[in-house]
Every structure is written in structure tokens, then in C-alpha cells.
Design a protein around this ligand. Structure first.
Ligand code: HEC
Length: 118
């Protein structure tokens, strides 16, 4: 009996661990995007879904590209200049790629995000 209990506990532990791992995302990146991009682009997950991972990589890794797209949007240019953005650029790109159009990632409800688009 004791052995069965132990096995069940271990299995339940593994199951809940992998379930929570699947839900993990970079909450720091999420917050930075919410602050700098969401006013125009919607929530970080919604924004990430608009284009695929190749496009995200292209927009982020082509020098001056993001600035060029936003040249008529002074507020966006301010966001892009912030050290908050500059320092976390790589993490933001990772977040966008991980949640991009064909990633299949769909997030449920949590303290940061509850399925709404804006
Ligand atoms: C003041 C509003 C504003 C803010 C803030 C803003 N953007 Fe944009 N962004 C736009 C607009 C408008 C377009 C569409 C430009 C076009 O299609 O010519 C755009 C387009 C883009 C595109 C091209 C792909 C697409 O979806 O059309 C990317 C990538 C992008 N923005 C990234 C960002 C990132 C990353 C941030 C935050 C650091 C950000 N933007 C903040 C207004 C904004």
C-alpha cells in the first residue's frame, strides 16, 4: 500500500510539473511588451500571433527596421529608444517567436493575462 501511494505521489508530481512547464512564458518580457507596445498592438500574446517567427526575426534583426516601420509613430519610436527595450530586445524576440502565428501556443487565464485581446 505504501508503495502504491509513493508511486501515485511521484506520478502526480511529474504530471503537475509538466503541466506547469507548458504554461511557462517569460513574464518579464510580457510586462515590458505590455508597457511599450500594447497601447497600439494589443496584449503581448495577441500581438505575437499577428506574424510568424520568420517575420519576428526579420523585424527584430534587421538593423533600423523597427524604427523604419514606426517612423510616423513618435510614441513607438520613444518605446524603441528606451533602455527597457534595448536591454530586453533579445528576450522580447524570443517571447514573440515562442508565441508567434504558427507556434500553436494558446494561453489560458493567469494574473497577467486572461484571454482578452486588448
Ligand atoms: C504608437 C503606437 C505603436 C507603438 C507604441 C508600437 N507600435 Fe508597432 N506598429 C504601429 C503601427 C501603426 C504599425 C503598422 C505600420 C504599417 O503597417 O505601416 C506597427 C507595426 C509593427 C510591426 C510590423 C508588423 C505588423 O504587425 O504590422 C512590428 C514588428 C511592430 N510594430 C513591433 C512593435 C514593438 C516590438 C513595439 C514595442 C516595443 C511596438 N511595435 C510599439 C504602432 C505602434
Amino acid at each position: 500500500m505504501k508503495r502504491i501511494c509513493l508511486t501515485l505521489t511521484v506520478c502526480a508530481g511529474i504530471l503537475s510539473y509538466s503541466a506547469s512547464a507548458a504554461e511557462k512564458y517569460d513574464t518579464k518580457a510580457f510586462r515590458v511588451i505590455t508597457k511599450l507596445c500594447t497601447p497600439c498592438h494589443g496584449t503581448p500574446f495577441y500581438m505575437a500571433k499577428q506574424i510568424d517567427e520568420d517575420d519576428w526575426t526579420y523585424f527584430f534583426n534587421t538593423p533600423g527596421k523597427l524604427e523604419k516601420i514606426h517612423k510616423t509613430e513618435p510614441k513607438a519610436l520613444d518605446s524603441l529608444k528606451k533602455s527597457l527595450f534595448q536591454k530586453r530586445k533579445k528576450r522580447l524576440l524570443k517571447f514573440f517567436v515562442a508565441n508567434s502565428k504558427f507556434s500553436g501556443n494558446v494561453h489560458g487565464c493567469d494574473a497577467n493575462f486572461c484571454g482578452t485581446h486588448h
